[in-house]
Design a protein around this ligand. Sequence first.
Ligand code: SF4
Ligand code: SF4
Length: 372
Amino acid sequence: MRIAAAAVNSYEYKEVEKGIEEVLACFGGIEALIRSGERVLIKPNMLEGLPPERAVTTHPEVVRAVIRQVKRAGGIPLVGDSPGIGSGMKAAEKNGIAGVCREEGAELLAFAESAEYSFPEGKVIRKFHLTGELQQVDKVISLAKMKTHSFMGITGAVKNLFGCIVGPGKAQFHLRLKRRDDFAAMLVDLALLVKPVFFLVDGIVGMEGNGPRNGSPIQAGVILGGTNGFAVDLVMGQMMGFNSEELPVSRLALARGLVPGLKRIEVVGSGRELRWDFQPPYNLESLDGRVPPFLVRFFQNQFTYRPVMNEKCTGCSRCAQHCPPQAIKIENGKAMVDYEQCIRCYCCQELCPFDAVILEQGLLLKLFGRKK
Ligand code: SF4
Ligand code: SF4
């Protein structure tokens, strides 16, 4: 199996275009993936309407380069995502992707309506409700951002597809799949169902630390790509400095034989030697898999991080509105968490606009110590 990594040092369009072309050339070029007349959904990460320099969303110049590639193959490019909160259209205006779509004549899709997708071969989910737009396209290209993620460790090629679930539907998955491994297994099923024809990751500037929203931008200088999203994420995680075969989605994909181990993945391209030391998200060292599941369930509060609101909390209530089990109340102008109800999904940390949610170690987790 092969993954391509192109070294790209800035978002200057010509450089981005060269990087995308280099990656695609390793797989026979865009013409090997897209046929003339096909409708192609380009799925960027549009977590929220934030400017590109925050490194939360796929950079608009990367989206532009992929739109042009699809057009070059005679395809019809469409761009869409469902952000964590609010409308995709508004988010796209703020993060620059809507402007690029207008300039390039690519339709921007709202991802407003869900449709049912049966997936009998799913390991944990056999029926998904995803954006109905997937039924209107011939191919999907996942166009992710390279970031750390408080719940999954990293977010890249595969986790990007969670945006195919429309708005509030995302919270239902957190409620149903509270354990990290169960949630990761759902992501594996989702990737197999959506089955993008290609996975690209914008890692020119990635995010480290408190990702996927409140971390710090880090210049990583790479665009990654491949036809197997699990392999792209394995390589990406390793480049970020993590033991990527142990990250939840990768571990399950390896166990299911959906991807070979890192040693059997050939990394090609001008960026193949790049390595960094990304600051991990705080709860990366969950004890899932290291202690028996019944113990984790019994002592959940001690085995995991818990969200704590710090002095930056303004009481804006965004976290309370999106907390899947409604475990947050606003009292005296500040968010308060009911830890008996909290399922440790970290949506509050992900969505807080003021970086006011810190993750505090549970007692037993402290004893086991932090590992990268
Ligand atoms: S924690 Fe963040 S999202 Fe929640 S109320 Fe405070 S400022 Fe708002
Ligand atoms: S309080 Fe935060 S971590 Fe806990 S369930 Fe609500 S959103 Fe998830």
